[in-house]
Design a protein around this ligand. Structure first.
Ligand SMILES: Nc1ncnc2c1ncn2[C@@H]1O[C@H](COP(=O)(O)OP(=O)(O)OP(=O)(O)O)[C@@H](O)[C@H]1O
Ligand SMILES: [Mg+2]
Length: 259
């Protein structure tokens, strides 16, 4: 089971869009996927029509419920979601004074089985909920909006990942950087992408998510892009990203097998 947090404390970089549509594309590719909304804005839940759920990740992190009690089966056997629930906004404050406050999600997920991929959608902050996500997963993907100032703040994010890795979660690794909202006519987009490749090398996915209005429309219809407009560029790009994620996994497995 691969557990991946989509994190970037900058707002609007494509975290939620990537969690939903990469998750759905991995589901289309035959993987069993769980999406977890760990953002009090509850955009992922809204994108999938679950924003009114009474219970969700708040109950999971406060140990009032097990994952299977709060997971909603969107496509049974393919795609489940643990929505934010109504109380998540209070969690950050409530957890602040608790002992072991960074490890609540990790504890909540410790017996989780039955999924190939668990994707955690983080809020645009490096607060306690995001630290809980980083402490609970093995991998981080950073979606980056390919525009001016995109790289600003990434250093702080990397420091947080390093600190969580050193103190809370030795397995945590930054394994993917995803260029989002690419506009072919903007030289700046290509420049930012090149800078990302210089810094992060092969961790930057070859697949780039192009700017596509259909991706921005899909949440309003409470559908992943594959269901909303399967022929759109957005659907194509997330399908290609899912393929690349799976191909990397196969290569990593083959390497581990050979050594
Ligand atoms: N490739 C794209 N093309 C066009 N619009 C996009 C694309 N990706 C995301 N968007 C839109 O841009 C906005 C921000 O995207 P998204 O919500 O995924 O970012 P986020 O990082 O989750 O934001 P937040 O930090 O607020 O959680 C949304 O309105 C989304 O529909
Ligand atoms: Mg979001």
């Amino acid at each position: 089971m691969r557990t991946i947090a989509l994190a970037n404390q900058k707002g609007g970089t494509g975290k939620t869009t990537t969690a939903v549509n990469l998750g759905a594309a991995l589901g289309d590719a035959g993987r069993k996927v769980l999406l977890i909304d760990l953002d009090p804005q509850a955009h992922l839940s809204a994108h999938l029509g679950c924003e009114d759920a009474q219970v969700g990740s708040y109950e999971l992190i406060t140990r009032q419920a097990r994952p299977d009690e709060v997971a909603i089966q969107l496509l049974p056997g393919v795609l489940d979601v643990i929505p934010a629930g109504l109380s998540l906004a209070a969690a950050e404050v409530e957890l602040a004074g608790e002992v072991g406050r960074e490890l609540f999600l990790r504890t909540g997920l410790q017996d989780l089985t039955g999924y190939d991929y668990v994707l955690v959608d983080c809020a645009p902050s490096l607060g306690l909920l995001t630290v809980n996500a980083l402490a609970a997963v093995r991998e981080v993907f950073i979606p980056v909006q390919l525009q001016w100032m995109a790289l600003r703040g990434l250093g702080q994010l990397l420091q947080t990942i390093e600190a969580v890795n050193g103190r809370l979660n030795p397995e945590l690794e930054l394994t993917g950087v995803i260029g989002c909202m690419f506009q072919a006519r903007r030289i700046l987009c290509a420049e930012v992408l090149a800078t990302l490749r210089q810094h992060f090398g092969k961790r930057v996915f070859k697949t780039v998510i192009r700017d596509n209005i259909r991706l921005a429309e899909a949440p309003g219809h409470a559908l992943p892009i594959q269901a909303y407009d399967p022929r759109s560029r957005g659907a194509e790009d997330y399908k290609a990203l899912a393929r690349e994620v799976l191909a990397r996994e196969r290569r990593a497995r083959a390497k581990a097998h050979d050594s």
